[in-house]
Write a protein that binds this ligand. Sequence first.
Ligand code: CUA
Length: 400
Amino acid sequence: MTEDRQVRAAKNPDETHHLSFSQIPHDALTRADRPATIVAPSAGPSAPRFQTDPLTRVRELPHRYILAALAVGALFATTACGGPFPQSTLHPAGDLGFEIDRLFRLILWLAGGVFVVVESLLIYVAIRYRARPGQPPPARVHGHTLLEISWTLAPAVILIMVAVPTIQTILRTDGPAPAGALEVSVIGHQWWWEYRYAESGVVTANELHVPVGRPVVLSMTSADVIHSFWAPRLGGKRDVIQGRTNRLRFTPDSVGVFLGQCAEFCGESHANMGLQVVVEDSAAFEAWIAAQQQAPLPPDSLSPAAREGLEAYRRIRDPASNTCIICHAIQGVSGGLMGPNLTHLGSRSRIAGDMIPNTAEGLARWLRDPITAKPGSKMPNVGLDESEIAALVAYLQSLR
Ligand code: CUA
């Protein structure tokens, strides 16, 4: 029988098992449950090193240690942020990003105010009402009507202060497409992004080109699992769901390349599902569209190596699922829909879900073993030999 059970049994011999904690006399509890003395194992009878209550020792912790701990914490908090951060929502580059950032800052200040008030009260109460020898317990405030109304109303008012601007922001940023908006369909795939431009018929992958200053409306769906389109500096994050079309509307306000990525766990290579939004001035954008609409070079104009690559691209392999043309489209050559459209692959800066640089070396690495290059890749290892790889690299690089 433990010591406190002995106390309970002594106080109420018939109800040993039914005593609640609060029913145990205060005196008995403090004596029986708390070790009154902690003696260091090596201490002899003449040298009892720790003879005070452990709680008392904590209270006696010198203030300078607490201050030092706070200072180290503050140092970490203020120096951990350097940069550059290409995917930071704190440097918006468009109207949607700006709206979200403004809302974030408002809520951050409100939350900061709540933090300061609550922590100040907590620290004040902890110091003012700490246990001291001979001090009676502090008076209770149970049933204090004014206090109870105040601490019910205050959170409600804070929540209204958050809800009103949040709803306003949603209404402002989620309306119908403005006239003259550029409409692009976005299709999420494991693990790459497909873009289809409604007006021009351009189909591309991973690198979304848009003109600066013109509203863009993305109509987004998925070919397989749920993904989430997110280019943080342009704002917003939208789930991309099979059988459903979600829209994202924004107007970029500066020229540049804005990195983004899938923001919803979508399988093995979720972390390798990157994207770029290339914002250009309208002349550069129109030139890009015109170039993307061009048919690829006819076979007679290809270099001998590239012509060999075209043959390798068309070759029917065993099993047939290892055949390039089954999955990929190249205008005038093949019409596969499983993988990215390769008609202008050479014009993109990266491949494989924005993961591998689009260089001869990067392409060769990808063709040699896609599954090692990108875990879980849906592109099989086709079993190409080195001469086929070299020829395919020459051909793919000709697709500008
Ligand atoms: Cu697609 Cu995560």
